[in-house]
Design a protein around this ligand. Structure first.
Ligand SMILES: Nc1ncnc2c1ncn2[C@@H]1O[C@H](COP(=O)(O)OP(=O)(O)OP(=O)(O)O)[C@@H](O)[C@H]1O
Length: 310
C-alpha cells in the first residue's frame, strides 16, 4: 500500500477537566479519498481534527502526514493540511481576493496569484473577487472559507461539519464542490452529523462514539455488511395494537394502524418473513400490499451507537 496521506496512531486526549475526548484512536487515510467521520455530539470529532491541525496538543500518540512524523516537521506537515472550521473566521469587511490571498501569506509562502485565481475560479468565486464578504450570500461565504483553506495548496482538506445548518440546495452545492476538489487530487476528511452526507459522498466511513473509533469501513461494504431491510405490510383493516400472535417478530405499527413494519437481516438464513406471514394468516390479519426497502446508513448508524456492532 502506498504511504497514507495521514496516519494516526494511538491518539489520546484527556482535557484538563478530566474528559477523555479520544481513547487511543488509530486511523489511516489513503491519498485521494473522501473519508467521512460520523459521530454524535461530543464524540471527539473536533478534538481529532484540532490535534491533527496543531490547534490542540494530544496527551499521547502520533500523527504522520505523508509518512512524516508530525512533531518532527510541524510546519511542513501543517502546510500540507487545510482546515475549514465550523465557525466562520472571516473579516466581513475584506474583499474576497484579499481574504484568500492573506491566508496563503500566513503560511509564509511566496505570492502566487495564479493559484489564488484558480481556487477562486474552481469555487465559482472569481466574479466576486472584489466584493466584500458582507455582501455575499451564505453559500458564497462558505465557499470563501474553503478557498481560504486551499490558498496554501494543501493536499489534505479537513471540513468540520461543512453543511451544518444550511439548506438542502446549498448542501448539494457543497457536495458538488467537494467532489470537484477530490477530482483535483485533494484528500478530504469531513465530519458530519448528516448521515445523508456520508452516504452521498464518502468512500469510507468512520464512526466515532465517546472518543473511540468503533468502526471504519468502505461505505459500500458497510451498507452491504450491516444493511438490513425493512418489510412494509399495508393492512386491509386497521389494527389498534400489535396482536400478541405477532409479538415475536417485534413489528412496528403505524399511527393510523394500517402499516406493519418489520426489520430483517437479508443475509440471515431465516429472514422470519414466511413465518410472520403465516402467523398473520392464522390470526386472520389480511394485507393489501407489501414491499421491502434497504435500510439507510442512518438506520445502521443509530443501530451502532445504541446497540453496538453485531
Ligand atoms: N477545551 C475543552 N476542555 C474540556 N473538554 C472539552 C474541550 N473541548 C471538548 N471537550 C470535551 O471533549 C469531548 C469531545 O468533544 P468534541 O468537541 O471533540 O466532540 P465533537 O464530536 O466534535 O462534538 P460536536 O459534534 O458537538 O462538535 C466532549 O465531551 C467535550 O465536552
Amino acid at each position: 500500500m502506498s504511504t497514507p496521506a495521514l496516519s494516526i496512531r494511538g491518539l489520546r486526549k484527556a482535557y484538563a477537566s478530566g474528559t477523555e475526548a479520544l481513547k487511543s484512536v488509530d486511523l489511516d487515510i489513503a491519498s485521494g479519498e473522501i473519508f467521512a467521520l460520523l459521530g454524535p455530539n461530543g464524540a471527539g470529532k473536533t478534538t481529532l481534527i484540532s490535534i491533527v491541525c496543531g490547534l490542540v496538543r494530544a496527551t499521547s500518540g502520533e500523527v504522520l502526514v505523508e509518512g512524516k512524523h508530525w512533531l518532527n516537521d510541524y510546519k511542513g506537515a501543517r502546510r500540507r493540511i487545510g482546515l475549514v472550521p465550523q465557525e466562520m473566521n472571516i473579516d466581513v469587511f475584506e474583499p474576497v481576493w484579499n481574504t484568500v490571498a492573506f491566508s496563503r501569506e500566513l503560511f509564509g509562502l511566496p505570492r502566487n496569484d495564479a493559484h489564488i485565481e484558480q481556487v477562486l475560479r474552481d469555487l465559482t468565486l472569481w466574479d466576486k473577487r472584489k466584493n466584500i464578504l458582507k455582501d455575499l450570500s451564505g453559500g458564497m461565504k462558505r465557499r470563501v472559507m474553503i478557498a481560504k483553506a486551499l490558498a496554501h495548496e494543501p493536499d489534505i482538506l479537513f471540513l468540520d461539519e461543512p453543511t451544518a445548518g444550511v439548506d438542502v440546495e446549498l448542501r448539494k452545492e457543497m457536495w458538488a464542490m467537494v467532489r470537484l476538489l477530490r477530482e483535483k487530487g485533494v484528500t478530504i476528511i469531513l465530519t458530519t452529523h448528516y448521515i445523508e452526507e456520508a452516504e452521498e459522498m464518502a468512500d469510507r466511513v468512520g464512526v466515532i462514539n465517546k472518543g473511540e473509533l468503533i468502526l471504519v469501513e468502505e461505505k459500500a461494504e458497510l451498507m452491504k455488511k450491516l444493511g438490513r431491510k425493512t418489510l412494509h405490510l399495508q393492512l386491509a383493516e386497521p389494527l389498534s395494537d400489535v396482536p400478541p400472535a405477532l409479538q415475536d417478530w417485534k413489528p412496528r405499527l403505524s399511527d393510523d394502524g394500517l402499516t406493519l413494519t418489520y426489520d430483517f437481516d437479508r443475509h440471515a438464513e431465516r429472514t422470519g418473513i414466511p413465518s410472520l406471514l403465516a402467523a398473520m394468516r392464522d390470526a386472520g390479519i389480511a394485507f393489501k400490499d407489501l414491499d421491502t426497502k434497504q435500510s439507510s446508513l442512518e438506520d445502521i448508524f443509530v443501530g451502532l451507537i445504541h446497540g453496538g456492532v453485531k
